[in-house]
Design a protein around this ligand. Sequence first.
Ligand code: APR
Ligand code: PHB
Length: 389
Amino acid sequence: MRTQVAIIGGGPSGLLLSQLLHLRGISSVVLERKTKDYVLGRIRAGVLEQGLVRLMEEANVAGRMHREGFVHDGTLVAYGDEMFHVDFKAHTGSGVMLYGQTELTRDLYEAREKAGGELIFNVEDVEIAGANTDCPQVHYRVGDRIHQLNCDFVAGCDGFHGVSRRTIPTDQKREYEKVYPFGWLGILSETPPVNDELIYSNSERGFALCSMRNASLSRYYIQCSLSDRPEDWTDHAFWDELKRRIPAEQAEAIVMGPSIEKSIAPLRSFVCEPMRWGRLFLCGDAAHIVPPTGAKGLNTAASDVQYLYTGLRRFYEDGDMEGLDSYSAKALARVWKAERFSWWFSSLMHRYPDQSMFDHKMQIAELEFLRSSDAAQKAMAENYVGLPY
Ligand code: APR
Ligand code: PHB
């Protein structure tokens, strides 16, 4: 089998790239290890920057997002019983789009299927060969049949645990990592959100976040210990802890209900440099991870997709390698800024096990500075709505 771009991974990065390429007449095959239902069963963040909204429009998959998503022009930041508003629109001229990653992925699958796109599920033993030659191949197995896909380029969109990054020889890459000493316990509940906007809360008892998917579906998180398991937390214990971590007025307004999903995610910052080896290009979570505070994961994947898509177009339309040659440097320049913002916001909002009273006072002083300084709010807003690409 032959295609122009072999895409490993059918998450949002791989699907968006394949849809954009298709609209420019560039062929691709998407190889996904799991089933479609499995991919769509993963609950992830749901805040889209304008850049991703534009990419969805360019990919002709923005209809439902515009109908069912919600534009948020700002966010609330709380500490103790204090709470203030950061107005993204006033500071930057734009807001963000609340639309679940699961829904975005569903829209992309639908578009790819409608266009007859080649999506192969349940692939196992994926191996990338000849990535540093002009004719790479991807070997994989479905059931007991072995296949070989010949291609011009390989897009490694296979997430943090994928095979693509591992294909780059150790002496050709450098990895940077920070693991945080806590996790996030999240629940979905079919209850109206406590507020029209998100609330990020720094409390004595640890971080909490009040988010949402729509007017009758809420998403809440609390910082938890890395040794906790979701089954250790009853719904009652979760609601009780959440209410203790947000200002009293908000706690009273919370509508509780049974959780329909409950999971724990660890927090990690990670970057692999470079994001390219020969004709293999890493994209999204395959190359970098951010802690979820600020919801930069999917958005940073989207800027990679934009740079890679532009580079591939230039190659196929003008025979020009320049966009592909500069892909890694361009993508990484933006990735590191998103890493910085996610690290800063995480450091500001969480309780660390070894945190001293001085460290705590520093967080409060920074929150009070953010509350009172237009310049600080503008810097936060600029990062939250997304740096340009
Ligand atoms: N072969 C084929 N597919 C694989 C392999 C493999 N060896 N390893 C992993 N995959 C698949 C996974 O099953 C998954 O569906 O690759 C996909 C990667 O998807 P994501 O992990 O969602 O990564 P990405 O598409 O880059 O999405 C960006 O942003 O908000 C964050 O982590 C969040 O998923 C989100 C990400
Ligand atoms: C979410 O709604 O899941 C969400 C929102 C904002 C974040 C992280 C997660 O910063």
